[in-house]
Design a binder for this molecule. Structure first.
Ligand SMILES: [Zn+2]
Ligand SMILES: [Zn+2]
Length: 226
């Protein structure tokens, strides 16, 4: 078998632990594995941005915008947005390499246990793609990430507008009509799942619908902090 990223041949290192407990097939080589370093230093406790502040300026801005209480409890992200991760995500999500997503599975599960375990009644809701985008890409990367988690996933959001938000300013993005429709009320805490947290605007659009529909707390869990 070859590394899913660099295509070098995978040489299984034989030691006592994997002779006695054969582990799940290795997907990437040791060199590529080493490039996947999770965020570790001090971070904003709300949005996972690397920051020496407890709560970063951006999150204070959101809190103020929502009249003193952010609608999102916190976002946890696993990886920083390095060039390596950027390239991997591009190949996985935009160039349809579904299998590559499994490279993130172990870390995504493990950090979930560490940061969301206490939320026993929580359900995962993946951020949907619009139907046009889904047709182009064949799969939703957020649904794949949600499928790695040990909790129930609900597909109760749909997306009615396009995803191209990047050229807009923050105020333009926020005042844009909410791109989501929610199909069900809900009394459980929710963990919104997506591949990347950039400005947090899209996730907050979804969070605001959920809160209005009765959801007590909304958290977001993302693979990468942009
Ligand atoms: Zn490799
Ligand atoms: Zn923050």
């Amino acid at each position: 078998m070859n590394c899913l990223w660099c295509h070098d041949e995978l040489l299984l290192e034989v030691n006592w632990s994997n002779v006695i407990f054969p582990t799940k097939a290795q997907l990437i080589c040791g060199t590529c594995e080493k490039e996947l370093v999770p965020l570790s230093g001090k971070r904003c406790k709300r949005c996972s941005r690397e920051s020496h502040l407890d709560v970063c300026q951006d999150c204070l801005w959101w809190e103020n915008y929502h009249h003193g209480e952010d609608i999102m409890e916190y976002n946890y992200s696993v990886f920083p947005y390095t060039t390596h991760i950027q390239d991997m995500i591009a190949k996985w999500k935009y160039r349809g390499d579904y299998e590559l997503g499994h490279v993130f599975e172990q870390s995504f599960k493990q950090h979930f246990q560490q940061n969301f375990k206490k939320l026993r009644a929580a359900v995962a809701i993946p951020i949907p793609l619009s139907s046009e985008r889904l047709q182009e890409r064949c799969f939703n990367q957020a649904s794949m990430l949600a499928s790695f988690l040990p909790i129930q996933t609900l597909d109760i959001l749909t997306r009615v507008h396009g995803e191209k938000q990047s050229k807009k300013t923050r105020m333009e993005r926020i005042s844009t009509k909410n791109p989501f429709i929610l199909h069900q009320t809900l009394n459980n805490p929710v963990i919104l799942v997506d591949d990347i947290y950039t400005t947090g605007t899209t996730l907050r659009h979804a969070a605001s619908l959920l809160k209005k529909a009765g959801c007590p707390n909304v958290y977001t869990y993302t693979l990468v902090r942009g």
